[in-house]
Design a protein around this ligand. Structure first.
Ligand code: ADP
Ligand code: MG
Length: 266
């Protein structure tokens, strides 16, 4: 048995390889000490591979040997494997890891280069949602956001041009939250939540589009737990990308790229 662990800022992702079986698990990073206890009690005979910001903390507390790999290398290895399994064979692409924060990468079939990052990510989604609505549960945020309407929160290009011809598609967001003052106290919790997700989704997509353009590709891959069961976010990513003539891909189990790629298979 081999266990790959990506211990991130919000979630600890585990991939367990047992003969032909592959199991994925997730724990909140706040439960890190319980995860360490489980590993020490039940998995001390196994090969454990670590990556992510909290990997050294785990390694110090394990009472058996483990190996650490560099997060960006591990994530690229895991992502390459997941892309292959999905028959997505891209010569040149960009990928964004939308975790607690977001990191951007330009990649070929053999290499990746980290080209930047942004503090806007899944942590922003949770934090702003909580500040605005008091809700902090990820799945509740997504479910309620599905019933929201962005029109009373966000200012679209067509709102500004007000029926006149627009130089860019009228449906593009001109200003996230820019319509709030025109509809004071008129936004439901659902409207606020979908607007928060819109802000995060459009920010990372705008960055991906620029990055892809500079790297001479149309292919943009999105990974990270922020996309998990989050059709509100992925719909916005797909639509915005399409509007700009780019192709967005959300890889199944992409949030486990780091944990999967941390495992040495030979
Ligand atoms: P990191 O590697 O930084 O921990 P992830 O890729 O795991 O980041 O993404 C974390 C984000 O995923 C959170 O900020 C949140 O928006 C979202 N998320 C998805 N599922 C959950 C969950 N069960 N609990 C908390 N956040 C979740
Ligand atoms: Mg991460």
């Amino acid at each position: 048995m081999k266990i790959g662990i990506d211990a991130g800022g919000t979630l600890i992702k585990l991939v367990i390889l047992d003969d032909e079986n592959r199991t994925f698990k997730k724990y909140p990073s706040t439960d890190i000490d319980q995860v360490i206890e489980i590993l020490n009690n039940d998995y001390s005979e196994e090969e454990v591979y670590l990556t992510g910001g909290k990997s050294e903390y785990i390694q110090e507390k394990l009472n058996f040997e483990s190996k650490i790999s560099i997060e960006f290398d591990a994530t690229f290895r895991g992502l390459t494997q997941l892309l292959n399994e999905s028959n997505l064979n891209f010569e040149r692409y960009v990928y964004l890891n939308v975790g607690t924060g977001t990191s951007f990468h330009q990649a070929t079939t053999t290499d990746q280069k980290r080209v930047g990052g942004s503090g806007v990510g899944g942590g922003t989604l949770l934090g702003l949602s909580h500040l605005l609505t008091g809700i902090e549960d990820y799945h509740t945020i997504i479910e309620r956001a599905k019933k929201g309407d962005r029109n009373k929160v966000d200012l679209k290009v067509h709102h500004i041009y007000n029926g006149k011809p627009t130089p860019i598609p009228g449906d593009l967001t001109a200003s996230n939250f820019g319509n709030v003052l025109n509809h004071k106290s008129d936004q439901s919790i659902e409207d606020q939540l979908i607007a928060v997700i819109g802000l995060v989704a459009e920010t990372v997509t705008a960055m991906a589009l620029n990055l892809a353009d500079a790297f001479d590709t149309k292919k943009m891959v999105f990974i990270g737990s922020t996309l998990l069961d989050n059709t509100v976010m992925t719909d916005i990513i797909y639509n915005y990308s399409q509007l700009k003539g780019a192709e967005a891909y959300v890889v199944p189990n992409g949030e486990f790229s780091g944990a999967l790629g941390a495992i040495e298979t030979n």
